[in-house]
Design a protein around this ligand. Structure first.
Ligand code: ARG
Length: 576
């Protein structure tokens, strides 16, 4: 079974065609490509390379397109080519070829996606909230997007190290320790640890603003902690443990798991070594008592690595983290997922890491913050949205939906479905947007069963499953393997063409770190699927053969929706 992606096969052909037609023009083959058609009426795939070639070749693009199109033979899958406009070449695929491709995909549990990552490891640094503080909306986005990238890499065969780089070290712990010793309410701490830790921190912080002695004591406690004082270390460890337990509750609800929880503290002993390495490279500069690396020439400002009081900082820790990960995992890439406010930090980090000869590719996947319109959430405390309250509300709203749609379903099943729909809706909102654009969250959009939402895709999946069940009940003796796929209607052809593109889209989403490309694709597929049902009502009554071909399409749609949603970390209940 050869499931090479269509765009690759056609691009290879186009490159040969260009090389054949213009052998001496020195054209870079990589500049020639064939892509999925951007609109209807322009074939299934298109080559737009004639236009940019016009300048190099000093010929009108249409003439260039003609010479490319004259190349023979056509790839086996191609029915015909058509020239359009100034020099577009449109490719029409053979329907028999699509029949066969659909059958092959149905037999392949990987749906045509090759294991390109085998033998390669990547570290993905995501979620990474700060101890003793609630996760904010940026951490949830990092968690959801990071986890999708994690799942996608694993599916492609990569060895993934999912590392939660907790903010568990820093100057706030002196204030925390003072606050704990003087203000802690043990009952509140047991009840809602992070809220109580935050409360004592804020109280201690405010006190330090008014009371110099308090501030001095907090600094002294910090120094004791950093020097390994047993009592203070035990308190700190308690803050970390309580926080991780809270975070884990959220991760469990989100179906997110990490391989490592290595907070900043893990790298503490390696920090002086980072300075020594920078010194050895001759890039460490003294500036007002602080130590910096000057990146002005790269227009990246200055990266401070040691403050004037001798303390190391976020950048120093991240430099040590890169070195440690490289030494331990030999990753091909280290991928960081955070909100947009950290772009300069990571540019500096990557630049300085390269000075230190880091062999891994360093990638910052950033996203804009999500806007929360006033009064979107029923539980708000100042500006902080309690994440758990958000998840609770999503599930409660989804439960109403599930009850309305399936009143006859047992209550336990309704609750299970509501969990999948509600959590899915939150995740999908984070995943389906271009990460660089500003998103406004609304419940109406997130839970819209008719629009671009997780519930819409989950309902599509369940609908296919239920049609498959109906088929099995009506034709219990049928052997589906004995039947092939025959595309008769235009809508079936469109559906199969879309499904044949799963791998192409997956590769783009993986290669560009953009789960939203996969989300868009699943939405388009589900829309075609719903037109399929609209155009072919009661297809279970059609003739034997046609009926089987169509049920096989339903089963392929289900497999792709299920796999695609799983890659996004979204569950697919069998029945809704
Ligand atoms: N703890 C940081 C924050 O909450 C995010 C850490 C991201 N990862 C890293 N290696 N810097 O903003």
């Amino acid at each position: 079974m050869n499931l090479n992606p269509i765009d690759q096969i056609l691009s290879t052909w186009a490159r040969e065609a260009v090389a054949g037609a213009f052998p001496d023009a020195g054209i870079d083959p990589e500049s020639i490509g064939v892509v999925r058609a951007s609109a209807e009426g322009f074939g299934d795939y298109q080559c737009n390379s004639a236009m940019p070639l016009a300048k190099t070749l000093r010929q009108p693009p249409r003439q260039i397109a003609e010479q490319i199109a004259a190349h023979a033979p056509l790839p086996e899958m191609v029915e015909k080519l058509e020239l359009a406009g100034p020099g577009f070449i449109n490719f029409y695929l053979k329907t028999e070829w699509l029949n066969e491709r659909a059958g092959d995909l149905l037999k392949d549990e990987r749906l045509g996606v090759p294991l390109t990552g085998v033998g390669t490891s990547v570290v993905i640094d995501y979620s990474s909230p700060n101890v003793a503080k609630p996760m904010h909306i940026g951490h949830i986005r990092s968690t959801v997007i990071g986890n999708a990238l994690d799942r996608m890499h694993r599916f492609a065969g990569y060895e993934v190290v999912a590392d939660n780089h907790l903010g568990d070290w820093g100057t706030q712990f002196g204030l925390m320790i003072m606050g704990y010793r003087h203000f802690v309410d043990e009952a509140a701490l047991a009840d809602d640890p992070i809220a109580e830790l935050e409360r004592i921190y804020v109280k201690s912080y405010n006190q330090s603003k008014e009371d110099e002695n308090w501030l001095a004591s907090a600094k002294a406690e910090l120094v004791k902690l950093q020097q390994g004082d047993a009592d203070n270390l035990a308190l700190w460890q308690n803050f970390v443990d309580l926080s991780i337990a809270e975070f884990n509750r959220i991760y469990a609800r989100l179906d997110v798991a990490f391989d490592l929880y290595r907070g900043e503290s893990y790298y503490n002993d390696a920090l002086p070594g980072v300075l020594a390495a920078l010194e050895a490279k001759g890039v460490l500069v003294e500036s007002d008592g602080a130590k910096i690396v000057d990146l002005e020439a790269e227009k990246l400002g200055v990266a401070m690595v040691q403050k004037s009081d001798g303390a190391f900082n976020y950048t120093t820790t991240d430099l040590a983290t890169v070195q440690s990960r490289v030494a331990e995992f030999s990753p091909e890439a280290i991928i960081y997922v955070t909100d947009e406010r950290q772009q300069l930090h990571f540019k500096q980090l990557f630049h300085v890491s390269r000075i230190l000869a880091c062999p891994a590719r360093l990638v910052h996947v950033w996203f804009g913050l999500m806007r929360l319109p006033e009064a979107t959430f029923s539980t708000r405390e100042g500006n902080v949205i309690k994440l758990e309250a958000l998840l609770d509300e999503a599930e409660a709203r989804a439960l109403e939906m599930a009850k309305a749609k399936s009143p006859e379903m047992p209550e336990a099943d309704q609750a299970e479905v509501a969990r999948a729909l509600g959590i899915g809706a939150i995740k999908y909102t984070d995943l389906s947007q271009n990460p660089h654009s500003l998103v406004t969250f609304t419940w109406e959009k997130a839970l819209d069963t008719k629009g671009n939402s997780a519930p819409y895709l989950q309902y599509s999946y369940a609908r296919n499953r239920s049609v498959m069940d109906k088929y099995a009940a009506r034709f219990p003796a049928a052997d589906l393997d004995a039947f092939g796929i025959h595309l008769e209607e235009e809508i079936e052809r469109k559906l199969v063409l879309k499904m044949a593109q799963f791998n192409e889209v997956f590769q783009a989403a993986l290669g560009h770190y953009r789960p939203n490309l996969l989300a868009d694709y699943l939405y388009e597929l589900a829309q075609l699927n719903s037109s399929f049902y609209q155009n072919l009502p009661k297809f279970l009554d059609s003739d034997e053969g046609l009926r089987e071909s169509r049920i096989k399409l339903c089963s392929l749609v289900a497999a792709i929706l299920r796999r695609g949603l799983d890659l996004l970390g979204i569950r697919t209940p069998e029945r809704i």
